[in-house]
Design a protein around this ligand. Structure first.
Ligand code: SAM
Length: 277
């Protein structure tokens, strides 16, 4: 039987933009470990060099995850200490690492967090939307039908919704959110946080979607979209929308009646049909 004490797996947050957004403890731990597992060694090296961190690097990404996890858990069980970092922010948050942490814990290895930047939390901290309850949805599906179906599942949720989105889909996603959640629902686009072109725009979804569609600069860089949860006010809008829809429907085809009722009240068009079929 081996008497070697397993090493520790340190899960270390790195900056999401500004390279000094890393804790003193994170730097000390990264300097002391036997190996640092990172997504892309070329990406991480400049940050590590900037902070005088010379520990050897090994790659852990979705294409080599199974073999890399086995090798890292073996090293941990031999008593080595390992740090896990990702390209940006907190590992495992829309980033690799889940399988490593799960395997390490299953093997009885201590996993310790070294907290720091996370784009979702940084965005929430400046959005001015309710932050007592929120839900992190990560990336929406890239295809329109699946994306709208996912948004539909969230339409009744009263918690603040947080999404990561790639810059080339941000306009499309905001347009879908406007259609599903309603023109008046408040939303925030937090772009390039902690970087030179940091921008935080908060507006009702219709205004935000059209501003982003018209301004290619708002479709650049990294972004987080936050949407106010459904409120009683929204419920009142839908109730009013349904009342107007019912009146208009007596004179107009249903699609036209719904379009008008939605633009008069700001209620999502789809919500008007429910209970009115
Ligand atoms: N692990 C990271 C974290 O803790 O936030 C997230 C990694 S995920 C692959 C990358 C996504 O995070 C980007 O597409 C964007 O949605 C968001 N993101 C990362 N950095 C950001 C920044 N500086 N400003 C706004 N969003 C950012």
């Amino acid at each position: 039987m081996s008497h070697v004490q397993p090493g520790c797996l340190w899960v270390v947050a790195t900056p999401i933009g500004h390279r000094d957004d890393i804790s003193a403890r994170a730097i000390a731990i990264l300097r002391s470990v036997d190996v640092i597992a990172c997504e892309d060694t070329r990406h991480s090296r400049p940050l590590l060099m900037h902070h005088n961190i010379g520990a050897p690097l090994t790659a852990l990404h979705e294409h080599n995850e199974r073999e890399a996890v086995e090798a890292l858990v073996r090293r941990l069980l031999e008593g080595q200490s390992v740090a896990l970092i990702s390209d940006a922010g907190t590992p495992l948050v829309s980033d690799p690492g889940f399988r490593l942490v799960r395997a390490a814990r299953a093997a009885g290895v201590r996993c310790a967090p070294v907290p720091g930047a996370c784009a979702a939390i940084a965005a929430l901290s400046v959005a001015g939307l309710p932050s007592d309850r929120f839900v992190f949805e990560g990336f929406l599906p890239p295809k329109a039908a699946a994306r709208r179906a996912r948004l539909q599942e969230l339409a009744e949720d009263g918690r603040t919704l947080i999404f990561y989105e790639s810059s080339h889909r941000v306009a499309e996603s905001l347009a879908d959110m406007r259609d599903v959640f309603g023109a008046e629902r408040e939303a925030v686009l937090a772009r390039e946080l902690t970087k030179l072109f940091e921008t935080v725009l908060g507006e009702p979804l219709a205004a935000l979607a059209s501003r982003v569609a018209q301004d290619p600069d708002q479709q650049r860089g990294e972004c987080v979209i936050l949407v106010h949860g459904r409120t009683d006010q929204a419920d009142a809008r839908v109730a009013e929308g349904r009342r107007i829809f019912a009146i208009l429907r007596e004179e107009l085809p249903p699609t036209k009646a719904a379009k008008l009722a939605a633009s008069i009240t700001g209620a999502p068009r789809r919500a008007l049909y429910e209970g009115n079929e």
